[in-house]
Ligand binder design. Structure first.
Ligand code: C5P
Length: 402
């Protein structure tokens, strides 16, 4: 598997498997990757920064408060200047810190600061691996989009047997290669996803919003990345974390969202799942509107740009496959068919958002796919499953293997 020109940030934490990470550096470099290392203080009990530097040909980083390092590259730059972060070995302690969002040394700070895809190769004693706390942390990390390779089952350093052995360097190289040269139904495609609500200011402290949580849009962004796509997620204000391995741009208003989408073009697929406010306040001022006895403020509304329609109707740089959503409270399919024509998109994913169904903010969704080919109704599925199936379908529609 070629890793030509790829930049890998290798975080080595403190376990006996750290000795295998030196071989991992060699294997990654043999395939053309550039490797830069961070060693935790635990890792330095097993291997030295000098050994890592000798093998990478790069300076090895160890200290969050290293004056020279911070002046030179800085931990935020370190968190950005790579294509992939590999954590090998990932100890139970580092996994716990990652799952809890702790940042008390260089490795954990960089892992919290990075938006790059992360691959971890756990390595620990079998009982530590099977402990509910570690399994809980693993589930949290996977939910955050962290990729995991291993651990393998076998004899361990403490003369015990079971899962907990770090994957072999070549297995880690393969897993890194799959992430960096992804295969999947959307491999090589650029996908733009909009998600969440928009906030339209009334004055500097008040705004108009809606109940969209962004769960469906974010799930689609994650599923598209998993299917091999390069994903730009343009999100309105949500409480969800930025998905790992996805470029997330946060915006507030509909106009900012349209601007961000236009900047992100060209793309192969546009999936417009955001619940964009239809109107904004035209008479916003620079100051907070004061309460006056007996007098109500008058808000004058003006129409927001329709992002989906604007992009679908472009003659230049229109993504060849445009997908819109239709959140309706009645006549769902009928309205979706009208919307397909009105917006000029290729597919509408329609759903019923009546309050009693609880789609807004909920975990599941019942959708109908409406296109020129007809209407297809899917059973009620989790939003993650709707995202996975939709991405698989889009892969088939754009000529990828499904
Ligand atoms: O017209 P309606 O809001 O029901 O259309 C929903 C679809 O249009 C969604 O895909 C939504 O993201 C998109 N939309 C948009 N810009 C707007 C309004 C809706 O992109 N201003």
């Amino acid at each position: 598997m070629a890793l030509q020109g790829k930049r890998i940030l290798l975080v080595i934490s403190g376990g006996i498997a750290a000795y295998k990470s030196l071989d991992l550096i060699r294997r990654l470099r043999e395939r053309g990757a550039t490797v830069r290392c961070i060693l935790t203080s635990g890792a330095q009990q097993f291997i030295t920064p000098l050994a890592a530097s000798a093998l990478t040909g790069q300076r090895t980083h160890t200290d969050l408060f290293d004056r020279e390092d911070e002046a030179d590259i800085g931990h935020i730059k370190l968190a950005r200047d790579a294509d992939l972060v590999v954590v090998a070995p990932a100890t139970a302690n580092l996994m716990a810190k990652m799952a809890g969002g702790q940042a008390d040394d260089l490795a954990s700070t960089v892992l919290l600061a990075t938006t790059l895809p992360i691959l971890i190769a756990p390595a620990m004693n079998v009982r530590m691996w099977l402990h509910p706390a570690t399994q809980r942390n693993l589930a949290v990390l996977q939910g955050d989009g962290v990729h995991v390779v291993g651990p393998n089952e076998g004899a361990m350093a403490e003369a015990e047997f079971g899962p907990g052995r770090m994957s072999e360097p070549l297995e880690i190289v393969e897993a890194a290669g799959r992430l960096l040269a992804p295969a999947g139904p959307l491999a090589g495609k650029h996908v733009i996803v909009t998600s969440g609500p928009t906030h339209e200011p009334i004055d500097p402290v008040r705004y108009i919003a809606n109940r969209s949580s962004g769960k469906q849009g974010h799930a689609i962004a994650k599923a598209a990345a998993k299917a091999g796509a390069r994903v730009t997620l343009i999100s309105g204000p949500v409480t969800l974390p930025d998905p790992a391995g996805v470029t997330t741009l946060r915006v507030e208003s509909a106009r900012e969202m349209l601007e961000a989408v236009e900047k992100a073009l060209p793309a192969d697929i546009g999936i417009f799942a955001a619940a964009v406010a239809d109107w904004r306040v035209a008479n916003t001022g620079g100051q907070k509107i004061k309460k006056k006895d007996g007098a109500l403020p008058e808000l004058s509304l003006t129409e927001n740009p329709d992002i989906l329609a604007t992009i679908s109707r472009r003659t230049e740089n229109r993504p060849p496959l445009m997908v819109g959503f239709a959140a309706e409270t009645e006549h769902v399919i009928e309205h979706a068919k009208q919307k397909l024509a009105k917006k000029g998109c290729d597919l509408i994913v329609a759903n019923d958002v009546s309050a009693e169904i609880g789609v807004m903010g909920g975990e599941s969704n019942t959708v109908h796919l409406v296109s020129a080919a007809g209407v297809e109704t899917w059973p009620t599925l989790s939003k993650t499953e709707v995202a996975r199936k939709l991405v698989e379908r889009l892969g088939a529609m754009t000529g990828g293997a499904s």
